[in-house]
Design a protein around this ligand. Structure first.
Ligand SMILES: N[C@H](CCC[C@H](N)C(=O)O)C(=O)O
Length: 273
């Protein structure tokens, strides 16, 4: 399945078991030449506190707390297969329970999903980042490879570093992206978003993901970008975000402090591994 071109292999663990070495399985199945090919592996498992538990692995076998594009696809899988009856659904990930509204196409299959992504986390030690914030890391100058530029750090359950740039070119994404991901100032590594502001309500994002490299979209990243745009005065609270594989709409609600993400979810094929 994919959400805005961010593709994962999903395993329905309501009706089967999986091998015990999950990082190894994630690496093998995600490989684009020797495996199925994916940005990672997502297990859809029964949960005690929600309709399902999203258990997510990056292509390098590392585990993540949250995946915005993934959770929309999990909602689709769970509703389309009848494991949960109707919208709103609840999905657990990284110990949090997320509430999700779905919309169906004419065939009654879920096609559009809105996720309550919760409150952004801005305290540097909870992101985590060692970059000093006053009190938050908002447009703080860093230096990588002789380049000086401002970064804004946000956790949406997982860590993000947002960099606003004039042109989100390969030099930024493929060269600076991996260096930021592995910079010691991010003790748990970090997902990186390079963002062009097109207008106060529209941006273009390219993504370098922790553990998966460049991906065609990142839902938690797009949510972090929405928050970073408001914090730095670049954008309004509702934005349309153009990612390589599709568009997402984000809204950071002033009253609740919650971010709401809306986008598609699609099944591509089913198979046997
Ligand atoms: N693509 C995902 C995020 C995966 C994050 C993962 N790379 C991490 O290590 O946190 C999304 O749509 O939110």
């Amino acid at each position: 399945m994919h959400g805005a071109g961010n593709d994962y292999v999903y395993v329905d663990c309501f009706d089967q078991t999986v091998p015990s070495n999950l990082p190894e399985l994630a690496r093998r199945i995600s490989h684009r030449r020797f495996g199925v090919g994916a940005d990672g592996l997502i297990l859809v498992r029964p949960s005690e506190q929600a309709d399902a538990w999203m258990h997510m692995f990056n292509a390098d076998g590392s585990e993540s707390e949250m995946c915005g594009n993934g959770i929309r696809c999990v909602a689709k899988l769970v509703q389309d297969r009848g494991y949960a009856k109707a919208s709103p659904l609840t999905i657990e990930s990284g110990g949090q329970v997320y509430t999700i509204q779905t919309q169906c196409d004419d065939d009654g299959k879920v096609c559009q999903v809105t996720v309550d992504m919760g409150k952004p986390i801005l305290q540097p030690e909870r992101i985590p980042t060692l970059i000093p914030g006053d009190p938050h890391v908002v447009d703080v100058q860093v230096e990588i490879d002789g380049r000086h530029f401002p970064v804004t750090c946000v956790s949406m359950g997982n860590p993000h570093c947002v960099v606003f740039v004039d042109h989100a070119d390969d030099e930024w994404v493929l060269k600076i992206g991996p260096q930021l991901e592995n910079d010691p100032r991010f003790p748990k590594r970090v997902n990186v978003e390079f963002v062009e502001v097109l207008s106060p309500t529209e941006v273009r994002q390219r993504t370098w993901e922790r553990g998966s490299g460049e991906t065609w979209a990142c839902g938690t990243g797009a949510s972090a970008v929405c928050v970073a745009g408001v914090l730095t005065g670049r954008t309004e609270r509702t934005i349309l975000n153009h990612l390589l594989g599709g568009d997402l709409t984000l809204r950071w609600d002033e009253d609740s402090d919650h971010v709401f993400m809306t986008g598609g979810a699609a099944e591509v094929f089913r198979g046997t591994w």
